[in-house]
Design a protein around this ligand. Structure first.
Ligand code: ADP
Ligand code: MG
Length: 378
């Protein structure tokens, strides 16, 4: 049984009470520092109560600025921010009642673990006994029971980050804002802390807004992802929707590998690329693509199959000539680097168990099912 399930079965031992969480609505949010483009450019986004929303995007795309606007550390150039329908745009940070977690743990070095975690409760002048109870409960939640009297310097990086997390949620904030909180940790520890954050989110039920540039981290943690590009939101959706149904080439490329054919969506509802004309399933065409326009046909490597010759391609599939350039073992599976079409466009296929006899230099045919391709705005 998962920790979450066992906790639901027993009377809740944690006083960080499960609750609906706060809705955060951004409307036309803009921050202009007077640079060539605004850091955040007319962003509208509704984060639902209790949702785990990730702001994902490359460095400099406006994620931290957006988080700082929600927190009130920066002032809006334009737009509004509302919590549960009330406008907080003019409220200073301490009146927004938000928990914050950053990459550098920012613990008070001269205070013990318990004193660090108690700090926001003392600021709020809670009675001593209630502070002690809440601190004990939240330390149990982050699995640091018994470390109350340690100083930060006596803890590992992962443990310090758990203390910072405990301090950020102990006062029942309206939402928890996390800015690349795992960025300083090594890969294994990052994976562990990701699971912890996921578990804690489901236990406390509050709204989490999580910033990262790491697509795998975003995919594994989020209810929904808002993908940022140059201060704007490129696309919002569940991890699966962004991966399977990207609207643009930027989204397709940011979330995982793909084979990309820069093509034209013909007026006849087909797609043409170099000497090929391929069938299109209308359900796989992004609404941002118009007939007669340039677009990009993308196919994920796991959807590409390799056949020895055109005769072996199933009827109705789309296909292109392919030369096997290289084979790569990645532990759990193998991939083939391919040169596609007459001009040798670089592509990739993830091989299945049957595709064992390929060798570099081999001439073959790459094919995919029409419903596994997607036509996106280029
Ligand atoms: P991200 O968190 O996605 O890496 P940021 O929100 O930090 O991006 O930055 C977005 C853009 O705004 C960048 O071009 C950055 O240089 C600029 N920027 C951020 N903060 C400031 C500031 N205080 N003054 C001027 N420009 C800033
Ligand atoms: Mg940032």
């Amino acid at each position: 049984m998962s920790p979450t399930a066992s906790r639901t079965a027993a009377p809740a031992p944690v006083s960080v009470s499960p609750r609906a969480g706060t809705q955060i609505r951004l409307t036309g949010v803009t921050k202009d520092y007077g640079l060539a483009v605004p850091a955040v450019d007319n962003v509208s986004l509704t984060i639902e109560p209790g949702e785990f929303m990730t702001l994902l995007g490359p460095s400099g795309s406006g994620k931290t600025t957006t988080l700082n606007l929600i927190a009130g550390f920066e002032t809006l150039t334009a737009g509004t921010i509302a919590f549960n329908g009330s406008d907080v745009s003019a409220l200073p940070p301490h009146k927004r009642n938000l928990g914050m977690l950053f990459q550098n743990y920012a613990l008070f070095p001269h205070m013990t673990v318990a004193q660090n975690v108690a700090y926001p409760l003392r600021e709020r002048r809670l009675p001593r006994a209630e502070i002690a109870r809440k601190v004990a409960d939240v330390l149990e939640l982050v699995q640091l029971t018994g470390r109350d009297d340690n100083y930060p310097a006596q803890l590992s990086g992962g443990q310090q980050q758990r203390v910072a997390l405990a301090r950020a949620i102990v006062f029942d904030p309206n939402a928890l804002l996390l800015d690349e909180p795992l960025g300083a940790l090594d890969r294994n520890l990052r994976g562990l802390l990701q699971q912890e954050i996921h578990r804690i989110h489901s236990e406390v039920g509050s709204t989490f807004v999580f910033v990262t540039h790491d697509q795998e981290e975003a995919m594994s943690l989020s209810d929904r992802i808002a993908l940022f590009n140059n201060g704007r939101i490129e696309q919002v959706g569940t991890p699966e929707a962004l991966y399977r149904e990207p609207e643009t080439l930027f989204t397709a490329r940011f979330l995982g590998d793909s084979n990309v054919f820069e093509a034209t969506h013909t007026a006849e509802g087909k797609v043409s690329w170099e000497d090929r004309v391929w069938a299109v399933d209308p359900a796989t065409v992004s609404a941002r693509v118009s007939a007669g326009e340039r677009a990009a046909l993308m196919v994920r490597p796991e959807d590409v199959r390799i056949a020895g010759s055109a005769d072996a391609v199933p009827p109705g599939a789309n296909a292109v000539t392919a030369t096997v350039v290289d084979l790569e073992y990645l532990g759990a599976y193998r991939t083939a680097a391919l040169a596609l079409g007459p001009r040798g466009l670089a592509g990739r296929a993830r091989l299945d168990a049957a595709e064992t006899d390929l060798h570099p230099g081999q001439a073959a045919v790459a094919w995919w099912r029409v419903d596994r391709q997607r036509l996106v705005a280029a």
